[in-house]
Design a protein around this ligand. Structure first.
Ligand code: ZN
Length: 573
C-alpha cells in the first residue's frame, strides 16, 4: 500500500467550467483517485476554487454583490457540479480560506528570510474614478499601430502588437470607462526565481518519467529568451491575501495583496489543512501528507492539469517550496493534458459555444460524459468533441457493448432459471476458461495503463474486456444449448453473471453510477479489485439472488443529436 496525494488544478471561481476544463484536470484526477483507492492505496484527493484576483472582483460587480459573497455562492455552484459528475474529492476547498492566508503569508516570510524577495518600484496606471491601479488588460484605447479603438493595454487583438498601456491613444478604464487615468509609482515584491534556476533545472532533469508535454513546457520557460524571470508577486488590489511577512506586517506593503498566482498553488497545501480542520483532526494529520519531516517522504504526489498551467506547477510553485528551505513535499508526477476543442473550434463562454458542466448534467447522467471524455482524453494531442463521436461512444461502447451484455444475461437467466445465480454443469466451461485467460492478460494491461495514468489506453483496454464478454456470450449461445444441455447453459450464465460483477468493480473508476447499479442488482458487496480472474469469476455462488437492472444506458437517437448540435453551436458573430 502506498499513500498517494492527488491534486487537480483548481478551477477559477468566475463561472461554470466547460467540458474541456473538466477533462483537462478534475475528471482524470478523479479516475486516478478512484482507481488508487480501489487498489487499496491510502489516497488524499484535493481540489478547491481559485478565488482571488481581478476577474473575480469584476464578476462580483457585474452580479451586483460583494466579492466575498459572490465567491461563496460560486464555490457552492462548483461544488454541486463536481458532486454531479461524481468527483470524489476528499475536500473541495477555497483559496480564500484562513488556512491559505496563513500559509501564503508564511511562505512569503520564509522566502524573504532566505534573500529571495526584493522590493522594486514601478510605474503603473491608476484610475482616479475607480480608485485603483488597473492591470494592463483593463485599460482600453486606440492602437497606435492600426487605429483599432478597443486595443487593450497589453496587446491589440486586431493587429496582435504587444503594447504598454502608455502606448494607447485616449486610454480609458475598461471597468468604468473613465479617462481620468494617471501613471503613479508603486512598489511591489518580486520573487527572485532566477536565483533558483539551477535547482529547478536539476530537479526537472531528474524527472525522466514525466510526460514530454510536461518537461518540454518547463524547459522552454526555464531557458527560452532570457530564461526564468523574477516575478512580481504582489498587486494593488483589495481582494486577495493581504501582504504580510509571516505573521508580521510588511512595512511599505500596506493595502497590497499577493498576486493570485502566488497564493493559488499554496492552496494545495492549505486545502489539506482545511480537510483536517473540517474533521476536527489536528495538524499532524495533514502534515503527514505534506511535510517530509512528518512522514510525507513516503507519499507519492501526483498533480493533474491542462498544459497552460504547466509553467506554474513545474517552476513557480516548486520555486516557492524550494525557496522556503522548509521540508515541504514537492510533486512526484505531473500529468498534463492538451485541449479539448468543440466541433471544429474552441469552447467559448462569451459566445455560449460548447457544453458547460451544468448543461451537460441537465441532458444526460454523468457516466455518459465521463466515459466519452475519458476515452477521448486529449493526452498526446488536442482532441475534438463532436456530437457524432459522442453519440457513437455512448451508443456503441456503453449501450451496445456493456449495457447489452448485462441485459441479455440477466433477462435470459430470469426467464430460464429465475432471478438467482443458476447451479449445474462444470464450475467453468471450456469456453469460459479461454475467456478467463484472455481477461487475465487484459486486466494486467489495464492496470498497467491505469498505474501509468494513460487514460485513453486504459479506456480502450476496459472496452476490450466488455467486448470479450459479448463474444463469449455469442459463442456460448446458452439460448441454444439450454434445451439439450441445460447444465452447460447454467454454467455459462453463472459465469456471465460473475463477469457482470467483475465489470462493475473494474469499470467503477470510469462509470461509478453504472457500477453501483450493477452491484446493487447483483446484491453483492464483493468489490475487492480482482487480481486473479478465475477466483474473481467464482465469487457469486449458485443460489445467490439478483434482480434484472433497469436499462443501464439509453441510446442517443439522431434527432436528439441534431437538436443538441444546434442548441450548443453558440451565437455566430
Ligand atoms: Zn492594432
Amino acid at each position: 500500500m502506498t499513500r498517494i496525494l492527488i491534486t487537480s488544478a483548481i478551477p477559477y471561481i468566475n463561472g461554470v467550467k466547460h467540458l474541456g476544463n473538466l477533462v483537462g484536470s478534475q475528471l482524470p484526477a478523479d479516475l486516478y483517485a478512484r482507481y488508487a483507492r480501489a487498489r487499496g492505496h491510502e489516497v488524499l484527493f484535493l481540489c478547491a476554487t481559485d478565488e482571488h484576483g481581478t476577474p473575480a472582483e469584476i464578476a462580483a460587480t457585474k452580479a451586483g454583490m460583494p466579492v466575498e459573497e459572490y465567491c461563496h455562492q460560486m464555490h457552492r455552484v462548483q461544488a454541486k457540479l463536481a458532486a454531479g459528475f461524481r468527483l470524489s474529492f476528499d475536500h473541495f476547498g477555497r483559496s480564500s480560506s484562513m488556512q491559505n492566508r496563513r500559509l501564503t503569508q508564511h511562505f512569503a516570510g520564509a522566502l524573504a528570510d532566505n534573500g529571495l524577495m526584493e522590493e522594486r518600484s514601478e510605474r503603473q496606471v491608476f484610475s482616479i474614478d475607480d480608485d485603483r491601479f488597473l492591470p494592463d488588460r483593463y485599460i482600453e484605447g486606440t492602437c497606435p499601430n492600426c487605429g483599432y479603438d478597443k486595443a487593450r493595454g497589453d496587446q491589440c487583438e486586431n493587429c496582435t502588437k504587444q503594447l504598454e498601456p502608455t502606448d494607447l491613444i485616449e486610454p480609458r478604464s475598461s471597468l468604468s470607462g473613465s479617462t481620468r487615468l494617471e501613471v503613479r509609482e508603486t512598489k511591489h515584491l518580486y520573487l527572485l526565481q532566477s536565483k533558483l534556476k539551477g535547482d529547478l533545472a536539476e530537479w526537472i532533469d531528474s524527472k525522466s518519467d514525466w510526460p514530454i508535454l510536461t518537461t518540454s513546457i518547463a524547459r522552454k520557460w526555464l531557458n527560452d529568451g532570457d530564461g526564468l524571470q523574477d516575478r512580481g508577486i504582489t498587486r494593488d488590489l483589495h481582494w486577495g491575501v493581504p501582504v504580510a511577512r509571516g505573521g508580521e506586517p510588511w512595512p511599505g506593503m500596506e493595502n497590497k495583496v499577493f498576486y493570485v498566482w502566488f497564493d493559488a498553488p499554496i492552496e494545495y497545501i492549505a486545502c489539506a489543512a482545511e480537510w483536517a480542520d473540517a474533521q476536527g483532526l489536528d495538524e499532524e494529520h495533514w502534515w503527514r501528507w505534506w511535510r517530509t519531516d512528518e512522514g510525507a517522504d513516503d507519499v507519492r504526489y501526483v498533480q493533474f492539469m491542462g498544459k497552460d498551467n504547466v509553467p506554474f506547477h513545474t517552476l513557480s510553485f516548486p520555486a516557492t517550496i524550494m525557496g522556503s528551505g522548509e521540508p515541504w513535499k514537492v510533486v512526484d508526477y505531473i500529468k498534463s493534458f492538451n485541449y479539448l476543442t468543440y466541433d471544429g473550434g474552441q469552447f467559448s463562454t462569451s459566445q455560449g459555444r460548447g457544453i458547460f458542466m451544468d448543461q451537460a448534467l441537465d441532458l444526460l447522467p454523468p457516466d455518459y460524459w465521463r466515459w466519452w471524455l475519458l476515452s477521448h482524453a486529449p493526452e498526446t494531442s488536442d482532441s475534438e468533441f463532436t456530437w457524432d463521436s459522442f453519440q457513437a461512444g455512448v451508443n456503441k461502447d456503453l449501450a451496445d457493448v456493456l449495457g447489452n451484455f448485462v441485459s441479455r444475461v440477466t433477462k435470459f437467466c430470469r426467464s430460464k432459471f429465475g432471478e438467482e445465480v443458476p447451479e449445474g454443469g462444470e464450475e467453468i466451461t471450456e469456453r469460459g476458461r479461454a475467456l478467463v485467460a484472455e481477461l487475465q492478460e487484459r486486466l494486467e494491461t489495464y492496470c498497467k495503463h491505469m498505474d501509468a495514468i494513460e487514460v485513453r489506453r486504459a479506456a480502450a483496454e476496459l472496452r476490450a474486456m466488455w467486448v470479450a464478454g459479448n463474444e463469449f456470450l455469442q459463442d456460448a449461445a446458452p439460448w441454444s444449448t439450454f434445451k439439450e444441455d441445460p447444465g452447460r447453459a447454467a454454467a455459462d450464465i453463472r459465469f456471465a453473471l460473475n463477469l457482470i460483477r467483475v465489470y462493475a468493480v473494474i469499470s467503477a473508476p470510469f462509470i461509478p453510477d453504472a457500477s453501483a447499479k450493477l452491484l446493487e442488482a447483483l446484491r453483492t458487496e464483493e468489490t475487492k479489485w480482482p487480481t486473479d480472474m478465475e477466483q474473481a469469476l467464482l465469487r457469486l455462488p449458485a443460489g445467490q439472488g439478483f434482480v434484472v437492472p433497469d436499462t443501464l444506458f439509453a441510446k442517443i437517437d439522431d434527432d436528439q443529436r441534431e437538436e443538441w448540435k444546434v442548441t450548443f453551436a453558440g451565437k455566430r458573430d
